[in-house]
Write a protein that binds this ligand. Structure first.
Ligand code: NAD
Length: 324
């Protein structure tokens, strides 16, 4: 049985990982700067919590030793837009924080560190990003993630720390917070599932690469369990599907015929979406070949799960969203 610690376990991806690892029989510790998540209230007695900051070595070391942690799923991070207006917080959480996690893995001889990186670690790139495409991020956030990847590889090379990671594209699922331009993917499906109106703020042909949150969380477990001898890389890009805004509206109406989804393009958001180039496809063939990455959720299955989650947890998911 593994003693797993999830940094950022009260966040969007982290809270799915908490449930999956508990289902697997792991002892789970959540390490987060916030003390709880309403999405985990129903199982809050089933895992340990350490409230602390990733950038604080004492907090990290204490959480690991007190809970006899042997495996770390490092998904805690400062994310945009905070990272772009507050570089000090971004550096502390994402660079000092990742250094602290890796140093702890070295000093306490942990079994593995599994890291969540991002497609934002590339610059605008081409429509298709091959495996060894240079990572020249255009954001502070992306820079911190490239730094985390390179640090992890160095700890693996020099000290044998079993560092592994994935690069996510946009992760979608009910309850994902934030106001990023790619958020229209979530809001289109979530508002439809809640039977509330939503005006999609990008043009219908805008395309994004995305992955459903349950596949994103499960991939971290699968990568941790992969045979080391088969890993040609330490960090693998993964994605689930490419989808246009129109396809999102269509699938929403397919499963919720009364859904009130229309388009009202916001020029500012359109410009941001274009500059971020969210349609880029990453090469997932190596993740498939080396550790059997296989997303379970296509667009239809994702929407079916939005409907299920929004029906079962309406009080948690029926919050106000900004209008653009
Ligand atoms: N959601 C996406 O589309 C996406 C895409 C690419 C990569 N990622 C990466 O996946 C991971 C999970 O993303 P998410 O969507 O769940 O983000 P999230 O913001 O929902 O969760 C991040 C968690 O980290 C915690 N955290 C932040 N700073 C901390 C600190 N200094 N110390 C301790 N905890 C801290 C937050 O409280 C939060 O619970 C992140 O590393 C993110 O960079 C996410």
């Amino acid at each position: 049985m593994a003693n797993s610690m999830i940094t950022g376990g009260f966040g969007f991806v982290g809270r799915h990982l908490v449930r999956m690892l508990l289902d697997k029989g792991d002892n789970v510790t959540v390490f987060d700067i916030v003390p709880s998540s309403p999405f985990l209230e129903d199982i809050k007695g089933e895992f340990a919590v350490k409230v602390g900051s990733l950038g604080n070595w004492a907090h990290v070391a204490e959480a690991i030793t007190a809970n006899k942690v042997d495996t770390i799923y490092h998904v805690g991070a400062a994310i945009p837009p905070l990272t772009e207006r507050d570089p000090a917080t971004a550096f502390d959480a994402n660079i000092t924080g990742t250094y602290n996690i890796l140093e702890a893995a070295r000093l306490f001889n942990l079994k593995s560190v599994i890291f969540a990186s991002t497609q934002s670690s590339y610059s605008d790139g081409d429509a298709f990003i091959p495996m060894d495409f240079p990572q020249r991020p255009g954001t502070f956030y992306g820079m911190t993630k490239v730094c985390g990847e390179r640090m992890g590889e160095s700890y693996w090379r020099h000290f044998g720390v079993n560092f592994r990671g994935v690069r996510y594209c946009i992760v979608n699922g009910p309850g994902r917070g934030g106001v990023n331009p790619g958020q229209f993917v979530v809001w289109t499906l979530q508002m439809a599932a809640l039977k509330r109106p939503f005006k999609v703020f990008v043009e219908p042909d805008v395309e994004v690469a995305s992955i459903y949150v349950k596949d994103a969380a499960k991939a971290l477990i699968d990568l941790n369990e992969a045979d080391d001898a088969k890993l040609r890389y330490r960090v693998y890009p993964i994605m689930g599907y490419s989808v246009t805004a129109k396809q999102l509206a269509d699938v929403a109406k397919k499963y919720v015929p009364e859904a009130d989804i229309s388009f009202r393009v916001n020029a500012d958001m359109m410009a941001k979406v274009k500059s971020l180039n969210l349609a880029r496809q990453m090469d997932i063939s190596l993740a498939r070949e080396d550790w059997g990455f296989k997303p379970e959720f296509d667009l239809d299955k994702s929407m079916q799960d939005y409907v299920k989650q929004c029906t079962e947890n309406r009080e948690l998911l029926n919050y106000e969203i900004p209008e653009f």
